[in-house]
Design a protein around this ligand. Structure first.
Ligand code: SF4
Ligand code: SF4
Ligand code: SF4
Ligand SMILES: [Zn+2]
Length: 365
């Protein structure tokens, strides 16, 4: 049980790290927003990560994501992986990325497994090896060790310990990890955004090496990249039978800022731009959305707004609502309740979406 420092309300749904209820965050301005900024800066300090995107007037600008860091000589960007070394921008390039990978036998626990070629056989025989579950094949899961966001509930938060590592891999090394029975690559993390030059180069090499074999290119992302890079990602996914999975965390800008430490405008603009590619290959769906149901903050009201936004673009875009469990700086937060999940599911359907589903059902309270 925590108390909101603005209105005095006590509830199990108020996260201790924020000590603010959703209503007060929605109304926040000035001082309250600076307090939220400080919460994120403090959490990042122990990993050596910048509290805010650097803005050195004579630094080098990195334009990979919405943060547009101006990185001073010897400094690093907000993500920690991009750095200015003697006037040269390094990190996340085809020559060096903070990345690791492993093989995940299909079918795998993927946010799009209920609609994708690997989990459902959609697109068989052109895009999938089997008409149903793609048993006998592998997903190459590629974990990028940095992120452009700073979510307080991050379930993969340990990447923060490796964002500045010197142990890097080239795009060629990654492409060579694709075996003859690998039928999809999923780029996630952290987030692939801040190392997209590496991921895009590896994807192209792997596709070229595989020639006519099925090799789907998929992404799990917060959607904060430069729009031209998103176009390249969509092109690779559409052409290969894969998909881009956007995590749409919150529409309310203050709730998004409180939970993720950054603005949400670019994510929603990019999602709308990605939807324009759907007619190029409608099935299996090239664009999938998901939202983590954070108790107390991401309620039916939030889900309804997100779902309405998606439905206006295309009511057939698949949307997964994911059960939350406490992690990282929101460890004290209880898991999503079944009641919250069901009301969010109803809200998404009422907003007009035709393909909605609850994920992580086993952790619902
Ligand atoms: S990728 Fe990293 S360095 Fe580049 S703008 Fe984004 S946060 Fe800053
Ligand atoms: S990586 Fe793509 S094709 Fe493979 S299981 Fe995930 S969404 Fe499906
Ligand atoms: S976008 Fe994902 S990986 Fe990045 S901080 Fe948020 S939850 Fe963690
Ligand atoms: Zn309050």
């Amino acid at each position: 049980m925590s108390t909101c420092k603005k209105c005095g309300k006590s509830s199990t749904k108020i996260a201790k790290v924020l000590s603010l209820c959703a209503e007060c965050i929605r109304k926040a301005n000035g001082k309250c927003l600076s307090e939220l900024r400080e919460i994120h800066a403090q959490g990042r300090e122990k990993f050596g990560l910048a509290g805010l995107p650097p803005s050195a007037p004579d630094g080098i600008q990195c334009a990979l994501c919405q943060n547009k860091c101006q990185i001073p000589v010897g400094g690093r960007g907000f993500c920690g992986v991009r750095k200015n070394e003697n006037g040269h921008l390094r990190g996340g390039t085809p020559r060096e990325a903070a990345v690791s990978w492993y093989y995940d036998p299909l079918p795998t626990n993927c946010v799009a497994d209920w609609v994708c070629a690997g989990g459902s056989g959609a697109g068989y025989p052109q895009r999938a090896y089997r008409a149903g579950l793609e048993q006998g094949y592998l997903n190459l899961a590629v974990f990028y060790e940095a992120c452009t966001f700073d979510c307080l509930f991050c379930q993969n938060w340990r990447y923060r310990e490796h964002s500045m590592t010197n142990q890097t891999h080239t795009a060629t090394e990654l492409a060579e990890a694709v075996t003859t029975n690998t039928s999809c690559i999923c780029f996630f993390g952290g987030d692939p955004t801040c190392q997209l030059p590496h991921a895009l180069a590896a994807s192209r090499l792997a596709r070229k090496q595989g020639q006519r074999r099925i090799l789907r290119i998929c992404w799990e992302t917060n959607g904060s990249m430069r729009p031209e890079l998103l176009d390249e990602m969509m092109g690779l996914s559409v052409g290969s039978g894969g998909c881009v999975k956007f995590d749409l965390k919150a529409t309310d800008p203050n709730i998004h800022y409180a939970l993720c430490g950054v603005d949400n405008r670019r994510t929603f603009e990019n999602f709308a731009a990605a939807a324009e590619h759907i007619p190029e290959r409608p099935e299996p769906p090239p664009l999938v959305a998901s939202t983590l149901l954070v108790p107390g903050y991401i309620d039916a009201q939030e889900v309804k707004t997100i779902a309405s936004f998606i439905a206006e673009l295309d009511p057939n875009i698949p949307y997964a609502l994911l059960g939350f469990h406490g992690d990282f700086l929101m460890k004290d937060q209880a898991p999503t309740s079944r009641k919250q999940a069901e009301s969010c599911l109803d809200a998404a359907k009422t907003a007009g979406l035709r393909r909605v589903r609850l994920g992580n059902v086993h952790i619902l309270r």
